[in-house]
Structures are given as C-alpha cells and as structure tokens.
Design a protein around this ligand. Sequence first.
Ligand SMILES: *[C@@H]1O[C@H](CO)[C@@H](O)[C@H](O)[C@H]1NC(C)=O
Ligand SMILES: *[C@@H]1O[C@H](CO)[C@@H](O)[C@H](O)[C@H]1NC(C)=O
Ligand SMILES: *[C@@H]1O[C@H](CO)[C@@H](O)[C@H](O)[C@H]1NC(C)=O
Ligand SMILES: *[C@@H]1O[C@H](CO)[C@@H](O)[C@H](O)[C@H]1NC(C)=O
Ligand SMILES: *[C@@H]1O[C@H](CO)[C@@H](O)[C@H](O)[C@H]1NC(C)=O
Ligand SMILES: *[C@@H]1O[C@H](CO)[C@@H](O)[C@H](O)[C@H]1NC(C)=O
Ligand SMILES: *[C@@H]1O[C@H](CO)[C@@H](O)[C@H](O)[C@H]1NC(C)=O
Length: 425
Amino acid sequence: MMISRGLYGSLWILSCFGLFLSEDLQISAPTNGAVGGSVVFVPVNPPSTSIITVQWSFGSTLILTAVSDSTTIVTAYRDRASFDRNTFALELWNLILGDSGIYRLTVLTSVGDSLTGETSLVFDNITNVRVTGPEESLIEGESSANFSSEGTGIITSVQWMKDNRPLSPSNSIIFSSDHRSVSISPVQRSDSGEYQCTYRNPASSQTAKPVRLIINYGPEDVSVKGKDVVDLGVRVSLSCSANSEPAASFSWKFNETDTNVTTNTFTINKTDFTHSGDYICTASNNVTKRNASHKHALLVKERGGGGGGGGGGLSSGAIAGIVIGVLVAVAGICGLTVYLTKTKKIPKLNQQQKGQASEAAQRKQETKARGDGAIPGKMSEHIYENDKHENEYENDMYENVKLDYSRRPRAPTPPQVSNPPPVRR
Ligand SMILES: *[C@@H]1O[C@H](CO)[C@@H](O)[C@H](O)[C@H]1NC(C)=O
Ligand SMILES: *[C@@H]1O[C@H](CO)[C@@H](O)[C@H](O)[C@H]1NC(C)=O
Ligand SMILES: *[C@@H]1O[C@H](CO)[C@@H](O)[C@H](O)[C@H]1NC(C)=O
Ligand SMILES: *[C@@H]1O[C@H](CO)[C@@H](O)[C@H](O)[C@H]1NC(C)=O
Ligand SMILES: *[C@@H]1O[C@H](CO)[C@@H](O)[C@H](O)[C@H]1NC(C)=O
Ligand SMILES: *[C@@H]1O[C@H](CO)[C@@H](O)[C@H](O)[C@H]1NC(C)=O
Ligand SMILES: *[C@@H]1O[C@H](CO)[C@@H](O)[C@H](O)[C@H]1NC(C)=O
C-alpha cells in the first residue's frame, strides 16, 4: 500500500513534468461525498485512440472491467455502480463510509499505451461540534443535568468524556440512543468536572469545547477548632470549617445570642469570665440554601498554679476561705455580744483575762477587721452548732476554728483563719 502510494505519487510528479506518458489521465478533483449519497468520477482527458480495456478499481479492489462490447461489474458493486462507456465515467451511489479512499482508472489502448489516473473520495469533515450543558445551579441529590451536543457532517460515533476519561453509562448516567445527549440524574458531587464530546467519522473527528459542571452541596461536617479551657486574660481564637460547595459563609452565636461575627474565626482578644459559654458556629450555603451548626463550649478559668499564698493571685478556694472566715468572725462577735449581754459575764471575763483583757479587746478589733474569729471556745462551739446545717466545706472550716480554740482555749491567739485555710481541691 505504502509502496503503491509512493509509486503513484512519483508518477504524478513525473507526469507533471511531462517526463512520463503525456496522455496520462486526469480525473475531476478529489470529491467530497456523503453517506447514502452518490459521486461521479469523470476523466477530464479521455484517450482518443481506440481502447482495448478499461478498469476502475478502489484501492486494490477491482470494481469493473470494460472491454469493447461488454462491462463487467464485480458483485460487491453490482447494484451501486455504473460505467459510462462513452466518457469512462464511474458513478457510485448508496455511498458508505468505507468508500472513502483512492479510485484508479486504468486504460489500455490499442497502440499498447497503458494510461492511468486516480482520484480520491473523502467525506465531509465534521464541523461545529458543540456541547450544551445545564445553565442553572445544580444541587447534589436533587438536580438532574442534561448535556446535548450537535455538529455537522456525517457522524458515525459520539464519545463523551469527563475530565479526559471516557464517560460510561450507569444507573444515574444515561445516554440517548444516538449518544448525542446524556442525562445525569440525580447529580452527585463526583459528577463535577469538565465534560466534552467527540464526533467521529472515518475521515475526521472533532471535539467540542468542554463544559464545566459544578455540583453544589453542603454544608456538612461543620467543626470548630480551638481550646475548650483557657486562662483568664488571654487571646482565644475559635475557627470554624465546613465541607461545602460553594464555600460556606459563617455566623456565630454565643449562648444563643447572635454575635456580629461572620468570619470563619471568632476571636476573643482578652478573656474574662463572661466569655465562658457555648459558641455556636453556623455554616450556610447560599446555593443549596442549607445550613449546619456546631457547638463549642469554652471555659475561662483563673490562671493556673497551686501555691496561692505569696504573690498576687489567690485561688478561688482561698477567697472562699477568707469570706467564710469573715462570716464566722462577724457571727461570733454578734453571738458573743448577745451571750455577754444575757449572762452579764462581762466583768467576770474581764477578771479572767486580767491584764490581757485590753490587749484581747484590741486584738478583737484587729481580727474582726481581718476576718479572724478570735472568739472563746464556747462561743465558737455555739456558732458551730447554729450553723451546722451549712455545707460540708464550711463545716470543715468551723471544725478548724473549733480545734484551734480547744487546743489553745485561753489566749486570744494570733489569727489562725486569716491565712487561707487548707484549701480543698
Ligand atoms: C433531562 O432530561 C430528562 C429526560 O431526557 C428530562 O426528564 C429532564 O427533565 C431533563 N432535565 C433537565 C434539567 O432539563
Ligand atoms: C478534514 O480533517 C482532516 C483532519 O481531521 C484534515 O487533514 C483535512 O484537511 C480536513 N479536510 C477538510 C476538507 O477540511
Ligand atoms: C451587631 O450590629 C448591630 C448593628 O450593626 C448592632 O445594633 C448590634 O448591637 C450588634 N450586636 C452585637 C452583639 O455586637
Ligand atoms: C482585637 O484586636 C484587634 C487588633 O489586634 C482589633 O482589630 C479588634 O477590633 C479587636 N477585637 C475586639 C473585639 O476588641
Ligand atoms: C453562657 O452559658 C453558660 C452555660 O450555659 C453559662 O455558664 C454562662 O454564664 C453564660 N454566659 C453568659 C455571658 O451568658
Ligand atoms: C452567594 O454568596 C456569594 C458570596 O459569598 C455571592 O458572590 C453569590 O452571589 C451568592 N449567591 C447567591 C445565589 O446568593
Ligand atoms: C438555617 O436554616 C433554618 C431552616 O432552614 C433557618 O430557619 C435559619 O434561619 C438558618 N440559619 C442561618 C444562620 O442561616
């Protein structure tokens, strides 16, 4: 085939330069055909001398042979080819795509010349192939997407591609019988991508400009990243994310109250206790019209570090201890006053205390101010009894007070409870 083509090519070139047979045949220029149509090949310069045989062939296949008084058409062409003995023209009809190729005419003259000429039949190239896709927004699980295609020329096959890979039919991907359109229903996010379509015939092919399909979905998998427990006075950022097409927009609520924060990050520049609570991030998709939320609980606690004694920050336990101490002292003093007033023991007490009395009184003032319970043991017991319905924690405090005084009943001891009492954790 290659060899014969090459040969004919050479002959053609030679004939152009008049170096070969001057009477070589020329046939009307390459002809475009259409499937089902017809075509006529006519020699432009039929030989004038008398002819012995005429042959038309297609590639290496003989179509017909004509001799002086008869024409023989091979079986395969018998009902779709004809020969004009005057012009040597070959007519073919009911064209099929397989008819495209090279047609050759060979004439043997009575003077012994062998003349040849050839022409080719091509089919019209495919042109203007276009794909039309959905115009509206598509929502996963709800929408369907229809693609249609068109183009001119003889089309023998249509192939659809998604992201440069052949698109195959499935439960949700259905091709029309001529494959010129395809319907995807319902669409899934995996259907997002570039769709294109190629029209082919044996002579040519053309691929349409790709159409991009975007499937909208979500938001889903909303999550908030950030700390759960933070110190007082620090900067905190909570960051919200969601799986969504198009990207979600965000809004934040704090304890069910709208904040004006509409970014994906919620920032507290300096935490205080009012920042403890629930932060709810809502992700919204303005195409799917769906939203989804995630709640993040934040606790602001006092700056950590156990030894509350020395510098600065007291633990909440220490504060509670001091408050209770003050309450005990106040109650104690009230109780003492009542007791002394009722029993008129003031002078006796004074006697007992002797020289220390004034000092004790002074101390009482002091300790009262400092929230100390510098109270005689009995008093403290009395108070304890009155208050023993109080909670466990406080009872423990009272117990400490009582013990102190039972150990050292006499002296109005230096304040014991003014220091933070042993703190329960
Ligand atoms: C897609 O085509 C199918 C059948 O051809 C039709 O039922 C459906 O309504 C079409 N959908 C759209 C969005 O055009
Ligand atoms: C048809 O397309 C082929 C390639 O596909 C090209 O070589 C040829 O020139 C085209 N013919 C016409 C008539 O456009
Ligand atoms: C949010 O902004 C509106 C107006 O811009 C304002 O009236 C409202 O108080 C703000 N809410 C909060 C929690 O800052
Ligand atoms: C937090 O600090 C930044 C600058 O660091 C400032 O732009 C922003 O307004 C502050 N936010 C609040 C709520 O104070
Ligand atoms: C927010 O809610 C939490 C838990 O319900 C609550 O402890 C906190 O006091 C609330 N904070 C504000 C500022 O409302
Ligand atoms: C959705 O929001 C984006 C910006 O976040 C905007 O550009 C787009 O037009 C909105 N679409 C609709 C349908 O509202
Ligand atoms: C979320 O969706 C519900 C119901 O569709 C709507 O009532 C609500 O306003 C939406 N929330 C936001 C923040 O868009």
